[in-house]
Design a protein around this ligand. Structure first.
Ligand code: HEM
Ligand SMILES: [Cu+2]
Length: 535
């Protein structure tokens, strides 16, 4: 109690020493720990990406062995997915901002929240232990190869099992928090759209993650005990593994994208000074996406030998997911329409999200349509598609959130000029790297090979040059964050004149968030009528 009272006056960062972090039950500190951890894995995963691009400079495997290449794309994919993109926004920014957004002092179960973080750490330590014999199966762990390879599949599976547990605990915590801890007057239709995104995300985490956990346990048992779940010789079926895997891994792409869409719904109205257009449509489309996401996993398996009827049904259903997604994009653009738009760095990333995600989204139907899928499956078209959605979408949304909330989290302002230079490099580098992959993909270059036909050489050199530009852009961004942390000008409470609750606290917020729990009388998007509150 004593300590909380002190924290009250000094901001949540005031206490020092590693114990004040390792044992903290403050959702903001836990969020910060997740952010540091996940960003570190983003950078390590990025180094593996650069190694891939380096190898692809030449049509022959020149710098690394084929096996090393397989290891690199597996570690790149597995780290980016399980250690970065799934936890970064929900567990990092979500932890920090859900209680602040709904007017609460913390999440519903602060102890479980801390436990989630340490289970996550245990998980990635096991993942690191698996490097004694690094994985080479691709991030999808497909049987039968994953049941046979000499790599440490069981160890890595167990690590990801732990990370999944952490994800489930976080999801449960957020669901209860959003139901139970909303401030007086914070009705469901006054919730910031970031909260709707996080709510839908949490539901998917809780429902889908157990499936992948069990799948990986089965795979571990298959390897350790030779049970035969996935082995035809013992009455099993390798395709069963794919069903289990994608039953989780398709819904989980919405765990990746929905929180980012939530961030975009926060940033766009603030920087266009207009109320969000179609609030309810955006809110409920998050739930619709979460639901429909469970019905389409088979679109990853059109060429795996499903029945023609199953193929046709999964293809048909896939098109429905596009509807709620397009609803959101439409509403963001309608919000921009006739707004007083300013182009600060959070807004630049938010607009980049809309543009790149649209490219990623519009290339989805080509993969969802049965006939074109057979042509494009396992080509670089797929690699381009998912990088446009995941990196062009989620990662840009994450960057938008980091720039938007940096002053709130750290109490310091970022150097806006450097932020814009980094943005320009990231934008150019990203498109040069990945647009070329659409082109070689359509022309038939298969993914996951260290070598390729000489006719694809020029495009691959262009793509590698692009990845170098992208890497420089991200390095500048990270340096800007470090510079901001150390030398940034003190941030006012509400630098963007935003209306949601987190901005009505000091920067950085106090340990207990709100000295008095606020009483909410309006939604947070009333821009343009009365301007935001004075700083
Ligand atoms: C930093 C920029 C990045 C570059 C230059 C890059 C490059 C690549 C390349 C060349 C491949 C294909 C390897 C192959 O099939 O032979 C690949 C695969 C992949 N990337 Fe990235 N990537 C980047 C960032 C990301 C991000 C941010 C994510 C997710 C958040 C991601 C997720 C994946 C996944 C899941 C795979 C599939 C791995 C597999 O086939 O098992 N990448 N990347
Ligand atoms: Cu899918």
């Amino acid at each position: 109690m004593e300590r909380a009272a002190e924290g009250n006056r000094r901001g949540y960062l005031a206490e020092r020493g590693w114990r004040s972090w390792a044992y903290t039950m403050d959702h903001k500190r836990i969020g910060v720990m997740y952010l540091y951890t996940t960003i570190a894995f983003f950078l390590v995963g990025g180094v593996f990406a650069l190694l891939l691009r380096l190898e692809l400079l030449s049509p022959q495997a020149k710098y690394f062995s084929d096996h090393a290449y397989n290891v690199f794309f597996t570690l790149h994919g597995a780290m980016m997915i399980f250690l970065f993109i799934i936890p970064a926004i929900p567990s990092g920014l979500g932890n920090f901002f859900i209680p602040l957004h709904i007017g609460a002092r913390d999440v519903a179960f602060p102890r479980i929240n801390l436990a989630s973080y340490w289970v996550f750490v245990a998980g990635f330590l096991v993942v690191i232990a698996s490097l004694v014999s690094p994985m080479d199966t691709g991030w999808t762990f497909y049987t039968p190869y994953s049941a046979k390879t000499g790599a440490a599949v069981a160890t890595l599976s167990f690590g990801i099992f732990l990370i999944g547990m952490s994800s489930i605990l976080t999801g449960l915590n957020f669901i209860v928090t959003i139901h139970k801890l909303r401030a007086p007057g914070m009705t469901w239709h006054r919730l910031p759209l970031f909260i709707w995104g996080m709510y839908a995300t949490s539901i998917i985490q809780v429902i889908a993650t157990p499936v992948v956990g069990v799948t990986f346990l089965l795979l571990a048992m298959e390897r350790l005990l030779g049970v035969g779940f996935f082995d035809p010789a013992k009455g099993g079926d390798p395709v069963l593994f794919q069903h289990f895997f994608w039953f989780y891994s398709h819904p989980v792409v919405y765990v990746m994208i929905l929180p980012a869409m939530g961030i975009i719904s926060e940033v766009i109205p603030v920087f266009s000074r207009k109320p969000i257009f179609g609030y309810k449509a955006i809110a409920y489309s998050s739930l619709a996406i979460a639901f429909l996401g469970f019905l389409v996993w088979g679109h990853h398996m059109f060429t795996s030998g499903m029945s023609p009827l199953a193929n046709a049904i999964f293809s048909f259903l896939t098109f429905f997911v596009a509807v709620p997604t397009a609803v959101k994009v439409f509403n963001w653009i309608a919000t921009l329409y006739k707004g007083s738009i300013t182009f600060e760095s959070p807004m630049l990333y938010a607009l980049t999200f809309i543009f790149l995600f649209a490219v990623g989204g519009l290339t989805g139907p080509f993969l969802g349509a049965l006939a074109t899928n057979v042509q494009l499956h396992d080509t670089y078209f797929v690699v381009a598609h998912f990088h446009y959605t995941m990196m062009g979408g989620t990662v840009m949304g994450f960057f938008a959130g980091l720039h938007y909330w940096f002053p709130k989290m750290t109490g310091k302002m970022l150097n806006e000029k450097v932020a814009r230079i980094a943005w320009a490099l990231v934008f150019v580098g990203f498109n040069v790297t990945f647009f070329t992959m659409f082109i070689v993909g359509v022309r038939g270059m298969p993914r996951r090979y260290a070598e390729y036909l000489p006719k694809f050489h020029v495009e691959n050199v262009i793509s590698t040059v692009g990845s170098a530009i992208l890497a420089v852009g991200i390095a500048v961004m990270v340096l800007n964050f470090i510079l901001g942390l150390r030398k940034g000008a003190p941030a006012p409470g509400n630098p963007w004149r935003a209306l949601s609750l987190e901005w009505q606290t000091p920067s950085p917020p106090d340990t207990d968030n709100f000295h008095e729990i606020p009483v909410v009388t309006d939604w947070p998007y009333g821009y343009g009528k009365a301007e935001g509150p004075a700083e």
